[in-house]
Every structure is written in structure tokens, then in C-alpha cells.
Write a protein that binds this ligand. Structure first.
Ligand code: ARG
Length: 467
């Protein structure tokens, strides 16, 4: 390639003066949009085949283009492709290289299209693939949660409201709560994918094209569900990216909440779980420390994904139809959201199966926290006491227990009867942690039997959603 050829602009015809050197760098996107190369090549090959089908290109030209593009793909993958900011973006870098390799036919590839419909198509093809990666990662983490839930269906810990001990719950039930969060995330991504999978190609710059294009054929070649209905909308719409990053923000919010629990639970004060040495780091100064860096970082990274959502919403709010160069700014937030969420899901799916659950510590915490107080109230109600009165009676018993340094199950029948004469020997079955969780035996309840049933349904959902 001669210097003159690499440096001359593909759109240089109407210009007298060269682009300012800094402006060239300032306006270029190749350093970040080169990650779209495979999808750009995919889209270009389909476009060339469509142009051939409708008689705009000859079969010989088409073959040269498709072969040339494949060779460029190989060049890029071998790390031998010379990306140049003077060609601004991934699209013109590849087109210029194609013409350098195959000559005249390369110059015909851009017939009936614009970078405006090209870039929108590339981003959608790329995002569609990344959504599928994310869905598989979500499923992997969900399966890990199901496995832990099954293993720990009988394990009891205090459930919290206001971070105060509330009622005993089973660890399996708690893990399945996070499974449900991720199930919604998965459904949201699937729904978003429907709007991602619509093809802008054919919109050209903004108004469509004068060539007799067959958009349904291109869409079919590229696996799109349909061609976009309106050319102005097709080149300017970035809703799909915004809703994707919104879905990512919710995934991160869920992982961040989960992380907050794991940070608390792995503290010396709680000591409910051990995250495993592979997922913690030490302190350079305090030898005793084992820090939960992974959940902390996931919690921290949530902020940057929210930032990307705000960036994209703000990017779009001032744009008149149709394409504006502003849209080039969609890529970095989108790409970083993808990378961040994929990293977080991966590390979580690796970490959860090796997390050690400290059953004894959790059980003891539930016992100490008067977690069965509501069970005592419910017992009194069953014996005919009004709930408000029962609440008062149990409140007094708890206060007495705190004074005596005993939990409710440790009080004698005589002691309990001082608070209500209806209490009988059968109360002790009610005050145990096992009795408490087993009694919440309905769909959505924490009873071990319900956890096992929910595990079954969750596995069925996984099978169905991946099948
Ligand atoms: N690099 C551009 C982008 O990311 C490609 C489209 C440019 N179109 C144009 N008319 N300048 O949006």
C-alpha cells in the first residue's frame, strides 16, 4: 500500500484541505469500534450477496468481496491488520483495505448503503451475540444458586428486616431469592433482544436508497427477525442500547445487593460464610485480614454501569432525526457495560459453588436473636388470643428473656405461663427454629419441603429456558 492510498479519505472528493491532525484523532472511533470487525464483515458480506441477488453486483464481484473480507478477518485475527485513525472507524478501515486487496470490486461494496445504517447494523449484530453470552452466564450463576439451595435446604439462619433479626429462614430459601432476581434479569434480556434483532440495513444515510434492494433477504442472511420499518428511525434509534444497559444496571443492582450481604456475612462479626481463599485478598499491613474484594468490587462496579445508562440517555436526548455524529459516543458506554457485567457474572458463578456455609454459626445467630417470637404470637392466636394482645404478650416475654439471658425456647413453661395462661407444653415444638421454618409450608414459604419443591421448579425453568 502506498502512503498516499492509506492516507487519502474515502470521502475526500469535496475537500480541498486535509483534516486537521488533532481533529482526525478527535473524530476517530477506530480505537474502540474495531471490536465490531467481525460483525462489520458479516454485514458487508450479506450486503454484497443481496446486491448480487438483485443484479447490482456481478457474481464475480461478489465472490471477490466475500473472499477479500474473509482474508481481512484472518489478517485482523492474526494481529496483522494495520488500523489507521486516518480511516476514522472500523468500517472505513476495512473498506479501504478491501479495495487495496481486490481493487475495483471493493469500491462497489458501499453501493446502496451508508455508514449510518452500517454502524447501527454492526452494533445490533454484536449486541445480539453478547446478550446470548450474558444469558448463558446468568444461567450458570442461577444453576450454582440452585445447587447451593438444594444442599442447604435445611440450613437455618436469621432472616433480617432492617438488618435486625426477624424470623428464621432457610439458607436454601435465601439463595433462591437471588435466583428469582436473576430470573427477571434473564427475562428482561430476552425481551430486549427482540428489539435488538431488527435490521437497519437498507435505510442507507437516512432516506433509503434508489437501488432495488431486497431487505428481507439481507435480514434473513443475518438472522434478523425483520428489517426496520422506517429508515429515519433505523439509523437514529439507540433505544435498544439504552434498554440493554438498563437491564445491565438491574443485574448489577442485584449483584451489588448480594455483594453487600456477602461482605457482611464474611465479616468476623457475622461469620456466616467463608468465601474461599481464591476469592479474597490479604492486607499489605494487617496480617490477620482476609478481605472480600470480589463482592466489594462488584458492588463498586455497579456505579459505572449506572453511569453508562445515564450517559446513553443523555446522549440521545438532544438529537434531532436522523443520524448525528453524537451516536459514535454510544459505543464506549455500551462496550464497558457488557465487559463489566460479563466479568461480574463470571466471577460470581465461580465463587458461589465454593462458598463455605457455616451452619452452626448461622443457627446460633437465629437462636440468640429471638427469631421465633412471631411463632409464639401465632401460637397464642391459635389459642384464641387476639393478635394485638399476643404481640404485647410476646414483647414482654422477649424483654424478660433478655433480662434473664435466655432465648424463648430456654424459658420454662412456668415462666412462659406468667405472660399468658393459655400457653401449654406444646409450645416448645413451636419455639424451635426447625419448627418455625417447617411451619411456613406454602408456595413461596421458607420450609425445607418448599425449598426442595422450588429447586425442582427452578431446574425445570433452567432446562426450559436453555432448551
Ligand atoms: N463511526 C461512526 C459511528 O460510530 C460511523 C457512522 C458515521 N457516519 C457518518 N455519517 N459520519 O457512529
Amino acid at each position: 500500500m502506498t502512503t498516499e492510498k492509506t492516507e487519502s479519505k474515502l470521502w475526500g472528493g469535496r475537500f480541498d484541505q486535509p483534516t486537521d491532525k488533532f481533529v482526525e484523532e478527535f473524530t476517530a472511533s477506530v480505537n474502540f469500534d474495531k471490536r465490531l470487525y467481525a460483525h462489520d464483515i458479516l454485514g458487508s458480506s450479506a450486503h454484497a450477496r443481496m446486491l448480487t441477488k438483485v443484479g447490482v453486483l456481478t457474481q464475480i464481484e461478489c465472490d471477490a468481496i466475500v473472499k477479500g473480507l474473509e482474508e481481512i478477518r484472518a489478517e485482523i485475527e492474526r494481529g496483522e491488520f494495520a488500523w489507521s485513525v486516518s480511516y476514522e472507524d472500523v468500517h472505513m478501515n476495512i473498506e479501504a483495505r478491501l479495495t487495496a486487496r481486490i481493487g475495483e470490486a471493493g469500491k462497489k461494496l458501499h453501493t446502496g448503503r451508508s455508514r449510518n445504517d452500517q454502524v447501527a447494523t454492526d452494533v445490533r449484530l454484536y449486541l445480539r451475540e453478547q446478550i446470548d453470552v450474558l444469558l448463558a452466564q446468568l444461567t450458570r450463576l442461577q444453576s450454582a444458586l440452585i445447587d447451593v439451595a438444594e444442599r442447604e435446604a435445611d440450613t437455618i439462619l436469621p432472616g433480617f428486616t432492617h438488618l435486625q433479626t426477624a424470623q428464621p429462614v432457610t439458607f436454601g430459601h435465601h439463595m433462591l431469592a437471588w435466583f428469582e432476581n436473576l430470573r427477571r434479569d434473564s427475562e428482561r434480556l430476552r425481551d430486549c433482544r427482540k428489539r435488538v434483532n431488527v435490521m437497519p440495513l437498507g435505510a442507507a444515510a437516512l432516506a433509503g436508497t434508489t437501488y432495488p434492494i431486497d431487505r428481507a433477504y439481507t435480514a434473513q442472511l443475518l438472522g434478523f427477525d425483520a428489517a426496520a420499518e422506517n429508515s429515519l428511525d433505523a439509523v437514529s434509534d439507540r433505544d435498544f442500547a439504552i434498554e440493554f444497559v438498563a437491564a445491565c444496571s438491574l443485574i448489577m443492582m442485584h449483584l451489588s445487593r448480594f455483594s453487600e450481604e456477602l461482605v457482611l456475612w464474611s465479616s468476623t462479626q457475622f461469620n456466616f460464610v467463608d468465601l474461599g481463599d481464591g476469592f479474597c485478598t490479604g492486607s499489605s499491613i494487617m496480617p490477620q485480614k482476609k478481605n472480600p474484594d470480589v463482592p466489594e468490587l462488584v458492588r463498586g462496579k455497579t456505579g459505572r454501569v449506572y453511569g453508562h445508562l445515564t450517559a446513553l440517555l443523555t446522549l440521545m436526548k438532544g438529537q434531532p432525526l436522523a443520524y448525528n455524529k453524537d451516536n459514535q459516543e454510544d459505543k464506549e458506554p455500551l462496550f464497558d457495560a457488557i465487559d463489566t457485567v460479563q466479568g461480574c457474572l463470571r466471577v460470581y458463578a465461580d465463587m458461589i459453588p465454593v462458598m463455605q456455609v457455616k451452619n452452626d454459626v448461622m443457627r446460633e445467630a437465629a437462636r440468640r436473636g429471638y427469631a421465633t417470637a412471631t411463632d409464639l404470637a401465632d401460637y397464642l392466636v391459635r389459642k384464641g388470643v387476639a393478635f394485638r394482645d399476643a404481640h404485647e404478650i410476646v414483647g414482654k416475654s422477649v424483654r424478660y428473656g433478655i433480662e434473664q439471658g435466655k432465648d424463648l425456647a430456654q424459658l420454662s413453661l412456668a415462666e412462659l405461663q406468667k405472660f399468658s395462661p393459655v400457653i401449654e407444653q406444646d409450645i416448645f415444638g413451636v419455639l424451635t427454629l426447625e419448627g418455625s421454618v417447617a411451619a411456613r409450608n406454602h408456595i413461596g414459604g421458607t420450609a425445607p419441603a418448599q425449598v426442595r419443591a422450588a429447586v425442582k421448579r427452578a431446574r425445570e425453568w433452567v432446562r426450559h429456558s436453555t432448551g
